[in-house]
Write a new protein. Structure first.
Length: 727
């Protein structure tokens, strides 16, 4: 690597689009990018004016063990998965092409996603990279569709902990996944990101909304590279939006006004229709529109300054520990979660689990201080009855007087407001999963209408229970309750706007709905209940209730665990999967059978790009095996496709575009008939076929094969069979 180059670290949580951003900056498909953790090594990519193309791979002791005088993407992929390789250098000669010129003399340091729970070495490599480049700026890539995750928070805190003064620029990637017609405006998501980052110590952070994938496609088009079918479709769809609103992303960016004016000046001709369609001038303007040029300018400006002013808090980065306490005074049972994880059996607080709270609360805060080696900041979340919380508060007040920093939050015990009628038993299906796995979309697809909020990011802060009632016709009756089961509001005709209002209400803890779940056939002996649960992510205060559903040995609900096929191996899933594994191991076959692992977002895979569905599902099985879940029931689906095909209201422009693209993928690619990967009995297969072919909710009856291939009718047929067995 050229020692005279200026370095820029690129960091992100898994599958945020980090490698795609680097590829876009360079202008070619160089680093592996796809629907899984793709960066496993430290990769240094340097653009030099006077250099020949070269690649060098280093072992863990720092010795060069392989070198080439050409650049080969297949060799990079091989190095990336090799246990012998620790890092590698790639030198790209400056070719005079406009997209390379600004990078001449700079080194992009690609770091592994530190949140990969499947490989602890990733975090170690990331920290080592931060220490090796203490004065280099960090370009941090946020995923607009998954704001607020525990993983992002942990990585960003790590950056501050290693070097609080290190400049950080934030790229809010994948804003092209937002649907403006559904209220998902870029400006709103930039504001959400700003608030989120301020909570992590980065006040007034520079945030650039970005479409890295679209920028890369445009650069490939400039270089006359043949585009894949999906790439052509994406480019055409985004160009349509670009021509209508060329200043859209630039206006939403949180960057100095001078940068925004410079970009706006270059886009004015597009707004006036003075640029020929699909010309090189329009392609360059489109790259400006995607946010890539602004990212490029900001990161180079930061790299050229040894001490860049950061508008961040003057306070030191706080090590805040989240302690969750759930205490049942009647069973004399306490459940602890320390930063989202149950304490080990050897921990200092383990003996408290079976003791009355009053016997341990006086020494609890002293024990915490010893456990965490001195004064730290603690956020204590207590769930129980008020008299016990008073004891916690009294002990916390004494600890605060001693100099500890303690913040308390009280969650009163929640009661189950549902009741049985006419001796008909309830049959409950509980949908669980981490942030942005597509739970709400999955449920809306089963309902055949847009009822639960499905905007990108965290969408489920409450428990929502939907009771199947065919007598309601097309309407849903609903009630929302606070934590004490007190009625807040009811409605005879609940719609999406109502659900958004109730979900955003600070007091709402439970929402009960009653209406026709169109995907379920009525059973005279069972009343079907479909339950949506809070995602497991950092800012959710109700995720312990999700855990309770999994461990419910009395009602034995059917658990549908929704996995994001594009983001396996995140820490957000780890705690929940371990609990599932523990619950499955304690029971017999019935315990195992009640867990269905639905692998969602399979429509993000593209066989034309060499992505193999069988290999992806094998990776899912291996991932579950790592967490102690063996021979899982796996069902790959595209919930979004099924939702679009069944949606009663008019589709937005983005939805129409997505529906056409995904339908083309599912119908033309034989490997994308997702139901073929499910282990189904002949009876269930017959039910699945019938459900798809004669689906009443399907808006265009000629599209029944696309619905079948989406995989959702297969899951619904399994639920139907399970209900019949219970009945």
């Amino acid at each position: 690597m050229n020692k005279k180059t200026k370095s820029i670290l690129v960091a992100a949580s898994m599958s945020a689009g980090k490698s795609s951003l680097i590829n876009a900056l360079i202008g070619k498909d160089l680093l592996p990018s796809g629907n899984e953790a793709t960066t496993a090594k430290i990769a240094r990519i340097t653009v030099c004016e006077k250099a020949k193309p070269s690649m060098k791979a280093y072992c863990h002791s720092g010795i060069v063990i392989a070198s080439f005088n050409t650049i080969c993407t297949k060799q990079i992929q091989a190095w990336n998965i090799s246990d012998e390789i620790a890092s590698f250098d790639i030198t790209i000669p400056y070719s005079g092409i406009k997209q390379h010129s600004t990078l001449a003399g700079y080194t992009l340091v690609d770091t592994p996603g530190a949140n990969n729970s499947r490989d602890e070495r990733h975090k170690e490599q990331f920290i080592n990279a931060l220490k090796a480049y203490p004065k280099s700026p960090v370009l941090y890539v946020l995923n607009a569709t998954q704001l607020g995750t525990t993983d992002d928070a942990e990585i960003i805190r790590t950056i501050r902990a290693v070097n609080p003064r290190q400049p950080v620029i934030f790229a809010l990637n994948k804003v092209d996944a937002l649907d403006e017609q559904r209220g998902e405006t870029v400006k709103h998501y930039v504001a959400l990101a700003s608030k989120y980052l301020a909570g992590l110590g980065y006040k007034n952070a520079k945030i650039i909304p970005l479409m890295a994938q679209s920028a890369l496609i445009a650069k490939k088009s400039l270089d006359d590279v043949e585009l894949r079918r999906t790439e052509r479709y994406i480019l055409n769809a985004e160009f349509e939006r670009f021509r209508e609103h060329p200043f859209h992303l630039n206006s939403a960016a949180k960057v100095p006004q001078v940068l925004k004016k410079n970009v706006r000046r270059r886009l004015v001709k597009v707004s006036k229709g003075q640029v020929p369609l699909m010309s090189k001038k329009e392609l360059y303007a489109f790259i400006d529109y995607t946010g890539l040029s602004t990212v490029n300018t900001l990161m180079m400006g930061a790299a050229n300054t040894d001490c860049v002013k950061q508008h961040i808090s003057n306070n030191r980065a706080l090590a805040i520990h989240h302690i969750s306490i759930i205490y049942n005074p009647y069973l004399v049972e306490t459940k602890f979660l320390i930063n989202g994880q149950p304490p080990s059996e050897s921990s200092i607080i383990a003996p408290y689990r079976c003791k009355r709270l009053q016997l341990w609360v006086k020494s609890f805060f002293d024990d915490l201080q010893v456990w965490f080696n001195g004064k730290e900041y603690f956020f204590i979340e207590f769930t129980g009855v008020e008299t016990d919380f008073d004891d916690i508060k009294q002990a916390a007040d004494k600890a605060i007087k001693k100099g500890m920093n303690v913040e308390l939050n009280f969650n009163p015990t929640t009661f189950d407001v549902s009741s049985s009628k006419n001796n008909i038993q309830n049959f409950e299906v509980v949908v669980v999963g981490s942030i942005s796995c597509g739970k709400s979309t999955f449920i809306n697809a089963m309902l055949g209408q847009d009822l639960l909020p499905t905007s990108t990011g965290a969408t489920t802060p409450t428990i929502t229970r939907i009771f199947d009632d065919k007598s309601q016709g097309g309407n849903f009756y609903g009630e929302c309750f606070d934590s004490n089961s007190k009625l807040i509001e009811r409605s005879e005709a609940v719609d999406l706007a109502t659900m958004k209002a109730w979900s955003n209400h600070s007091e709402t803890k439970i929402i009960n709905l009653k209406g026709d779940i169109r995907a379920i056939t009525e059973n005279s002996n069972l009343r079907f209940i479909l339950t949506d649960t809070p995602e497991l992510y950092s800012s959710a205060s109700e995720h312990h209730r999700t855990l309770d559903f999994i461990q419910d040995s009395a009602r034995y609900p059917l658990i549908i665990y929704v996995l994001n096929a594009t983001q396996l191996g995140t820490n957000d899933d780890t705690q929940l999967l371990r609990l599932v594994a523990d619950t499955m191991s304690k029971g017999e076959k019935q315990s195992k059978d009640r867990f269905l692992f639905v692998v969602n977002k399979m429509d993000m895979f593209d066989p034309e790009w060499g992505e193999n569905i069988e290999e992806a599902l094998s990776s899912v099985k291996a991932y579950l095996n790592e967490h102690g879940i063996y021979d899982p029931n796996i069902y790959p689906i595209s919930a979004y496709m099924a939702y679009l095909l069944r949606k009663k209201s008019e589709l937005s422009r983005k939805e129409r575009s997505s529906c056409s693209l995904i339908a083309d993928l599912l119908l033309e690619e034989p490997s994308m008939a997702l139901h073929q990967y499910m282990s189904l009995s002949p009876a269930i297969m017959s039910t699945m076929q019938e459900k798809a072919q004669y689906d009443e909710a399907l808006q265009d009856k000629t599209m029944w094969r696309a619905l079948l291939n989406s995989g959702l009718p297969g899951v619904e047929a399994v639920i139907h069979e399970y209900m019949n067995t219970v009945s």
